[in-house]
Design a protein around this ligand. Structure first.
Ligand code: ATP
Ligand code: PRP
Length: 226
């Protein structure tokens, strides 16, 4: 399908795709820096299209992992997504101009506290790894030359080693409290994660005049957070 098929041609209207929770909350100050106030709260409203104080700008609320898809196909002009999500999506059709320095965490490998990960890796054992982030996990273990069976999950990865579904997980870690609460230990850090602004490539050309000041305000405000 033509990725720009859904882009409203020549329109001054802008649609921003955000997910509820930390991405929405951390993007609000950036929007404010661009003079944009969202008029509804997604935690209390059931609406999926939210108005702002700018009649030309609307916010759509989607799952975090769906943000790149909406932007790729031009159903949203721009969005905010974690590097973890963007690596799984692949980034096709997306321009990624700004690291917003929000929703910062790291992608890590974790195992049961009693599991000797180093020895298992050294001995060339085949590891079962449960994760939502299969591309990232596949590349990480391929680089290390470790053979893995990847088990795709959609959430609560920390449960998998506890009930014998996997030897290890690949998940995002911030404070480490979820791992500690489940008696898991972080044995490897794969990469630092933060959220990026992503822009539909066609919108960047067709709506450049409207997008550019917002992108500039986001960039200035996110540098202050770095
Ligand atoms: P989905 O709804 O698609 O399953 P999700 O539940 O992972 O996604 P969020 O929890 O809102 O969505 O996370 C959004 C982004 O925030 C993630 O893609 C990641 O980049 C980052 N993130 C995830 N967990 C944390 C955390 N504990 N601390 C800081 N940032 C995080
Ligand atoms: C994320 C992630 C971990 C947790 C890590 O879950 O999936 O479970 O954060 O953060 P910590 O190291 O500070 O404990 P989140 O809070 O987003 O819950 P969810 O996956 O149910 O959305």
């Amino acid at each position: 399908m033509n990725p720009s098929a859904f882009t409203t041609p020549g329109s001054g209207q802008l649609i921003l795709a955000l997910s509820k929770g930390r991405i929405f909350d951390d993007t609000l100050p950036l929007l404010r820096a661009a003079g944009i106030e969202v008029l509804e709260n997604p935690e209390t409203s059931r609406k999926l299209i939210l108005a702002t104080n700018d009649p030309d700008v609307r916010v759509i609320i989607v799952r975090a992992s769906d943000v790149p898809t909406y932007v790729q196909y031009g159903a949203a002009d721009f969005g905010v997504a974690g590097k973890d999500v963007l690596l799984e999506h692949g980034g096709e059709g997306l321009y990624q101009p700004i690291d917003l320095n929000i929703a910062r965490c790291r992608m890590s490998v974790a195992v049961n506290a009693g599991f000797d990960y180093e020895t298992a890796v050294r001995q060339g054992a085949r590891l079962r790894v449960a994760t939502k982030f299969v591309q990232t996990a596949r590349e990480h273990f391929a680089r290390k030359g470790v053979h893995v069976d990847l088990i795709k999950l959609y959430g609560s990865m920390e449960l998998a080693p506890l009930v014998g579904l996997s030897d290890a997980i690949v998940d995002v870690v911030s404070t480490g409290s979820t791992l500690r609460a489940n008696n898991l230990v972080e044995v490897e850090q794969i990469m630092e994660i933060s959220s990026r602004l992503v822009v539909n490539q066609a919108a960047l050309k067709l709506k450049r005049a409207r997008l550019q000041p917002i992108l500039a305000a986001f960039e200035r405000a996110s540098q202050l957070q770095a």
